[in-house]
Design a protein around this ligand. Structure first.
Ligand SMILES: Cc1ncc(COP(=O)(O)O)c(C=O)c1O
Length: 365
């Protein structure tokens, strides 16, 4: 039997290390924003080669706090992609700004060639998402931001350890925002997130906003949230971070096998970056007009699949009235045709081959 993810088995793999870390925190008597958070922030910034990391409650708030720290809010527009977790757009609305949606390219990333047309006097930032763990056209987007004096906020919630031209994602923009939701390549055992930046002032403001706007005890310099990272998540993330590159390599190996075996099937396309191994393969995604039939067929063979994402964000019920007319034909086509295959670190080669066999059989029918 193939699973989409196998978290109990993954946890078992490093259980004694988690157990030790967990006990250390329980015995410390300090459970929120303490030594473990500080150490994780240091280790994650070292991993990414950035100056500052601020641990926060989740990925949505990492994005929201970044926008707030950059002074983006009411009356401002932020350009983003319609094909993402809804949290990307929610963060913009939560900060008080207006999302402006730009269609995707063929490989499901925001289409950089369409960004300039969407810029108005109110535009303050571009928020691309490195969807599926694959790099968006980040060089081009960075250039556009530079030319128009816009902030670049990378939603790196799915791209821990992915690279683009040798540089790690999350470090191209003014800020990079991470989610450590359990399904991510660096996943916590609950909610967690982080903001990374090389800007000292932005880092200080983010750290204040995550903790009621406090600069020091009972001194509230600004409006803030409660988005504090807790010591248990931080200590467990510290264990997992040590294995992130190894885990990403495992996922790349699975992806490589999928690519080799599925690349020549008529009626099926692989969603891949220019350089396939730049991706951390948070998801392994294929595209077919027979998506729904394929999913049903695979389910009968005991192979689970998921869709990322079945509804473009502007078409969600709560936004449809204001954004339903957005011109996003590629996103709407992708929402109907993409499907994510099982690709997790506990998967065996035999299981990958089982998925491949079933897909081949479906397309031979
Ligand atoms: C692309 C993207 N952005 C933002 C988020 C939000 O992260 P969180 O669920 O930690 O708030 C997610 C997580 O699902 C995501 O995949």
């Amino acid at each position: 039997m193939v699973k989409f993810n196998d978290f109990p088995k993954e946890a078992e793999l490093r259980f004694s290390e988690y157990d030790k870390a967990f006990r250390r925190v329980l015995h410390s008597g300090w459970y929120i924003l303490g030594e473990e958070v500080k150490k994780f922030e240091g280790e994650f910034s070292e991993y990414l080669k950035v100056k500052y990391c601020i641990g926060v409650g989740n990925g949505l708030e990492a994005l929201q706090i970044s926008l707030m720290a950059l002074g983006i809010g009411k009356g401002d527009e932020v350009i983003t992609t319609p094909l993402s977790a809804v949290a990307t757009t929610l963060s913009i609305i939560a900060a008080g700004a207006k999302p402006v949606f730009v269609d995707a390219n063929e490989v499901a990333q925001i289409n950089a060639d369409l960004i300039e047309k969407a810029i108005t006097k109110k535009t303050k930032a571009v928020m691309p998402v490195h969807l599926y763990g694959q790099p968006a056209e980040i060089d081009k987007i960075k250039e556009i931001c530079k030319k128009h004096d816009l902030f670049l906020i990378e939603d790196t919630a799915q791209a821990h350890g992915s690279i683009c031209k040798g540089k790690i994602l999350g470090t191209f923009g003014d800020v990079g925002c991470f989610s450590f939701y359990p399904t991510k390549n660096l996943g916590a055992f609950g909610d967690a997130g982080a903001i990374v930046t090389n800007n000292k002032k932005v880092a200080k403001i983010c750290a204040e906003i995550r903790d009621y706007g406090q600069e020091s005890k009972y001194v509230h310099l600004r409006y803030g949230l409660n988005s504090r990272l807790d010591e248990l998540q931080a200590t467990l993330l510290r264990v997992k971070l040590k294995y992130l590159n190894q885990d990403n390599r495992k996922k790349r190996k699975i992806a490589k096998r999928y690519i080799e075996k599925l690349k020549n099937i008529k009626g099926l396309k692989l969603i891949l970056p220019e350089k396939w191994d730049d991706s951390n393969f948070h998801q392994f995604v294929i595209k077919t007009s027979k998506r729904d039939e394929l999913r049903k067929y695979l389910a009968t063979k005991g192979i689970p699949t998921l869709i990322h994402f079945p509804v473009p964000i502007p078409d969600q019920p709560f936004l449809k009235k204001d954004y339903g007319k957005a011109k996003i034909p590629v996103c709407r086509m992708l929402a109907k045709s993409v499907v994510s295959l099982p690709c997790h670190i506990m998967m065996t080669q035999a299981q990958v081959d089982e998925v491949v066999r079933a897909i081949k059989k479906f397309f031979e029918k």
